[in-house]
Design a protein around this ligand. Structure first.
Ligand code: BEZ
Length: 219
């Protein structure tokens, strides 16, 4: 387990740093808690702030969508457990939902520093809006960073999870603006005609040798 307090850049493909932290649902030993699931780990700047309130409410409303995809959601900010617990009542009431995932109380900033969630030129006290999508092998598959005043789009986070899972299961990439049910791109590494037929029985269109489109394989 890493206990570094220095901010370190986290890159795609890195193993997500492990940690132990207090949360609104008890102590979380991160890797153990993720287990065989995927994880969306996201930070927000501060409790009792308007944009954060809408974001955490939206993440709860999408609970069934995350569950369907085998994703556990975990929020982080540097506020206290008491603060989180009081704020959850406000989120539930104003956003008409029920928070259904843990929120880490990272008062020591150890998780925030481990994941580079504090960007000192933006604010040296608060976490910015980071998102890490982590797969069951604990590999970081997506990182996103938004400024404090811009709320994130949780439909986009779900869309990326869908795209990552499709790439893993069906050897396809997803083109610009892809949505569920849209055409996919055959990975350039697949060249053998027999393998192509076997993997893509619905056929494909070859626009260029490197640009081959196929109907979404799992539909
Ligand atoms: C907000 O969540 O509304 C917010 C938080 C920090 C700075 C600006 C906005």
């Amino acid at each position: 387990m890493t206990t570094a307090t220095e901010a370190k850049p986290i890159r795609l493909g890195d193993i997500a740093p492990d940690f132990s932290a207090q949360s609104t649902e008890g102590t979380i030993d991160f890797h153990k808690w993720v287990g065989e699931s995927w994880c969306v780990l996201f930070s927000h700047p501060k409790d009792y702030t308007p944009v954060c309130t809408t974001e955490l409410g939206e993440a709860a409303k999408k609970g069934a969508e995350f569950k369907k995809r085998g994703v556990k959601v975990l929020a982080v900010s540097v506020d206290s457990l008491d603060s989180h617990k009081g704020w959850i009542n406000d989120i539930n009431e104003t956003q008409k939902t029920k928070i259904n995932y843990p929120i880490i109380a990272d008062e020591s900033r150890s998780v925030a520093n481990l994941y580079g969630m504090i960007h000192p030129q933006a604010s040296d006290t608060f976490t910015v809006r980071t998102v890490f999508v982590i797969d069951p092998k604990k590999k970081v598959r997506l990182t996103m960073t938004y400024p404090a005043a811009t709320g994130r789009n949780f439909d986009e986070i779900l869309r990326v999870v869908d795209a990552l899972q499709l790439t893993d299961s069906h050897s396809v990439a997803t083109p610009v603006n892809w949505k569920q049910g849209g055409e996919c791109v055959i990975l350039p590494s697949i060249k053998d005609p027999e393998e192509l037929k076997k993997k893509f029985p619905k056929g494909h269109r070859e626009l260029r040798p490197y640009l081959r489109m196929t109907p979404q394989p799992d539909r």
